[in-house]
Write a protein that binds this ligand. Structure first.
Ligand code: CA2
Length: 147
């Protein structure tokens, strides 16, 4: 099994409760189940987490760099503000994919830029929870290529 960490940033614990027109009606727990189901046939074992605290997210990224083979991150609002998250991502050597549920380029100007995007392998935005599935498949392809 290939261990990966899926890190979700602030307020994503609120998914399903508000703004369904932007983020859909699935809860974060639904997305966790979707990730686990999509990962299993690819021999990938996701460790799915969420935190509202920037420092905790930094620690989880650093730990993933030591223990996991790949990282998926939805940095949520911190993607637009956090040099600390970008630095943590730059410090790890495993492939990392940034996912946004909504299409950040269709939204307010301040959402068009993320610091984190400078430090990851690739970015998926606007495909809803399917973005997480695609990120898992992308990591699987990268693992096979590097094997
Ligand atoms: O589209 C995404 O996945 C975002 O990362 C979500 C963030 C937002 O700040 C980014 O610009 C794009 C917001 C997550 C908060 O989600 C909520 C969902 C329902 C109710 C309240 C918050």
């Amino acid at each position: 099994m290939h261990p990966i960490v899926i890190v979700n940033g602030p307020n994503l614990n609120m998914l399903g409760s508000r703004e369904p027109s932007v983020y859909g009606s699935e809860t974060l727990d639904d997305i966790r189940t979707l990730c686990e189901k999509s990962a299993a046939p690819l021999s990938i074992k996701p460790d799915f987490r969420q935190s509202n605290h920037e420092g905790e997210l930094v620690t989880w990224i650093q730990e993933a760099g030591q223990k996991a083979k790949g990282l998926i991150i939805n940095p949520a609002g911190f993607g637009h503000t956090s040099v600390a998250l970008m630095d943590a991502l730059l410090s790890i050597k495993i492939p990392a994919i940034e996912v946004h549920i909504s299409n950040i380029y269709k939204r307010e100007e301040f959402r068009h830029h993320t610091y984190t995007a400078r430090a990851v392998t690739g970015v998926i935005s606007g495909l809803g929870s399917y973005g997480y599935v695609l990120a898992i498949e992308a990591l699987s392809t990268i693992f096979k290529k590097n094997a």
